[in-house]
Design a protein around this ligand. Sequence first.
Ligand code: PRP
Ligand code: ADE
Length: 185
Amino acid sequence: MTLPRFDQIRPKIEKHIREVKDFPKKGINFRDIMPLFTNPQLVNELCVVIADHVRHSVGHVDSVAGLEARGFLFGPQVAIQLGVPFVPIRKKGKLPGATIEASYQKEYGEDIVEIQEGAIKQGDVVFLIDDLLATGGTLRAAANLVVKAGGKVGEAFVLIELTPLNGRAKIPDVNLTTLISYDSA
Ligand SMILES: O=P(O)(O)OC[C@H]1O[C@H](OP(=O)(O)OP(=O)(O)O)[C@H](O)[C@@H]1O
Ligand SMILES: Nc1ncnc2[nH]cnc12
């Protein structure tokens, strides 16, 4: 959150986030980022700013890993800006070939995410990216996957943090940057 350009872009991004009550089920206040994609210039600006943040605050990274599905909306563009590979982290059963998996707790029950074997090499520094941090289960599993593959999380970045859900508590070992924090879930 150190770059002044984050402060400049934040209000513009905030204007494009729509709140949808009771989606996907009653009691959930869904933060919809899709309106952002009606403004391709702003999406591009955002990805350039994130890449600059990586260069100046994180330093060298070997890859950008994004979480299905909404991490795929930004991750590849940031990776292209940085000139490094994009590593997709997908829900179980979607990636062909040999995979490495990590399970995680969701609000109800458990889920599994995977990467393809060889996508992260021993000693790689990985920049993790997703749209939103809620309970932190997803990022916890992603960080576990990176370590299991022999890599190291350089930093994790999310556009939105829902602070009352205390997701950060699940990833005390991960340096996390967020663009927008909401103090109501
Ligand atoms: O911090 P957590 O409680 O783990 O929640 C955050 C995750 O939840 C959403 O993804 P979702 O699982 O809904 O999948 P989708 O992006 O494929 O819709 C969101 O995009 C994050 O990846
Ligand atoms: N409130 C929320 N809005 C959008 N995506 C989410 N993923 C988990 N919680 C969410």
